[in-house]
Design a protein around this ligand. Structure first.
Ligand SMILES: [Zn+2]
Length: 495
């Protein structure tokens, strides 16, 4: 969880002129097709990419600060791009400090890959396959096509966001969703197929084994199943993962590889040793400066606080807020209350009732003492358009520079049942001591060699993750429960 990014209407309006620059419809050098990118010239693509780049980094948890990883990804990325039809673009490859598994591209050669995705790959070829696919989106200029429609869509979303906010249920996520939409809108099937073809082409030219695209896809599918389990619904995966932004099927990937084979393309390089040496010791999951989810607790060692959510709620740590939800869509949202806004409001209760809640009438506003910290709370009944929900909001002052806000939302009947649990969550919020903070460590990936007699279950059970140990072991290694573990082979575990 970091500070709430300031994205909004102003930014979208600033982008609009880009749409009205008319360029000729021309044959794309990568795909050989006439492409409809009339709303954005290559010059505009460069400009838009450069403008959006810092915002993207901010929005997705910042850039990963590990210098060695950044250089490694950049070197491989530049090498692959040099085999593309646009070697002279000012290509930029960025590792995002995000635990989600995702990769995306902006116009003008900006390619992003998350730390969460790097954890899943088992060799350089698998990582290179993802980078090549993203390079394909850039060279085919899908980003230019998608960008136009996204900006138009975003204007609609923004209007909805404002309305929900006025109704009192909107929170930080509405603001963030608008910016996220730019990167997270999914490509069409045709565009995905095109990018896979181009990806295989660049991967092969660089001497890598194109089968890496298929083996990595299996890991993505296994990871998608974990997300379904976390969401409590096998079919509901995270909206923001790579298979949502890049809808692909195993079938289509093998189609692209077959085509490459027919053309006599394809190398053999996988570079397992080099990749595993890099991944050994890499942070897995949340890092200390992002706050960590540990069971039903959220602990933030850098900002020195923690709180617990009720049983039955699963916690999602996002860059701009912490969200906990149960299976009935009852939710707890936690985010910072910007100190600037609290000061502008003049007092915490005015911040709660006016600045944050706007037109929603907060009733029963009262002051609380939460473990020695001043806090104020209020509640409202809100019609969401679907159902009546009870909303309870709390603003708490950790110190004069740090204010936090909780929002509890539940259907009217559930709220009766949950109110005591919500109260316990509120009063579980406390500052932690320096030594308590120092005792919290992130998880790390470790590469281990399988010993004689060691089973899948042995290794899976040794993992530090709270839940779904077997599923995680499968996703990280592409090894199924029934696959034999051969002594001497190397696998990734979380410690
Ligand atoms: Zn794609």
């Amino acid at each position: 969880m970091k500070n709430i990014p300031t994205l909004g209407v102003r930014r979208l309006i600033a982008l609009l002129p880009a749409l009205f620059v008319v360029a000729a419809c021309s044959a794309n050098p990568a795909t050989g097709k006439q492409s409809f990118t009339a709303f954005m010239s290559p010059e505009k693509e460069l400009q838009v990419g450069a403008e959006e780049h810092p915002k993207m980094i901010k929005q997705f948890g910042g850039a990963f600060t590990d210098k060695a990883w950044n250089e490694y990804v950049r070197d491989i990325g530049l090498k692959l791009a040099s085999y593309s039809e646009m070697p002279d673009l000012p290509w930029t490859f960025t590792v995002l400090n995000d635990t989600q598994v995702n990769a995306f591209a902006l116009p003008g050669g900006y390619v992003y890959i998350t730390r969460g995705l790097l954890a899943l790959a088992s060799d350089e070829a698998e990582m290179a396959g993802v980078l090549s696919h993203e390079i394909g989106h850039v060279t085919a200029r899908h980003t230019a096509q998608r960008y136009s429609t996204t900006v138009a869509t975003n204007l609609g979303i923004q209007v909805l966001g404002v309305l929900t906010q006025a109704a009192g249920v909107g929170g930080a996520e509405n603001i963030a969703a608008v910016g996220a939409e730019l990167a997270l809108k999914s490509y069409s099937r045709e565009q995905e197929l095109e990018s896979d073809m181009l990806g295989v082409r660049y991967l092969s030219r660089a001497g890598y084994d194109p089968q890496a695209m298929a083996s990595f896809f299996e890991k993505l599918s296994a990871h998608q199943r974990i997300e379904g389990l976390i969401a409590g619904d096998p079919n509901a995966a995270e909206k923001h993962n790579i298979l949502a932004t890049h809808p692909r099927t195993a079938d289509r990937i093998s189609q692209a590889i077959d085509l490459a084979d027919k053309n006599g393309a394809g190398g053999v390089r996988r570079e397992v040793d080099r990749y595993l040496a890099k991944i050994d010791g890499m942070v897995f999951g949340d890092d200390v400066d992002q706050g960590l989810v540990r069971g039903t607790a959220f602990v933030h060692p850098a900002l020195r606080f923690r709180f617990d959510v009720p049983e039955g709620f699963s916690i999602h740590n996002m860059p701009e807020l912490v969200l906990a939800v149960d299976k009935n869509e009852n939710s707890i949202k936690f985010a910072d209350a910007p100190v600037k806004d609290v000061r502008e409001a003049g007092s915490m209760d005015r911040y709660l009732t006016q600045k944050w809640s706007g037109d929603a009438n907060m009733s029963h506003v009262e002051w609380l003492d939460i473990n020695g910290m001043k806090a104020v709370t209020g509640g409202a009944t809100v019609w969401t358009g679907k159902r009546n929900v009870e909303v309870r909001r709390i603003v708490v002052e950790q110190d004069k520079e740090h204010y936090w806000r909780f929002q509890f939302v539940a259907g009217t009947e559930d709220f009766q049942r949950l109110s005591e649990a919500f109260r316990r969550t509120t009063y579980s919020f406390r500052t932690i001591s320096r030594s308590e903070a120092a005792a919290v460590h992130p998880w790390r990936l470790r590469v281990v060699t399988v010993g004689r007699g060691v089973t899948f279950n042995d290794l899976a059970e040794s993992m530090a993750v709270d839940e779904y140990k077997k599923e995680w072991f499968e996703a990280l290694n592409g090894i199924g429960t029934d696959d034999p573990l051969i002594p001497g082979m190397r696998v990734k575990v979380v410690k």
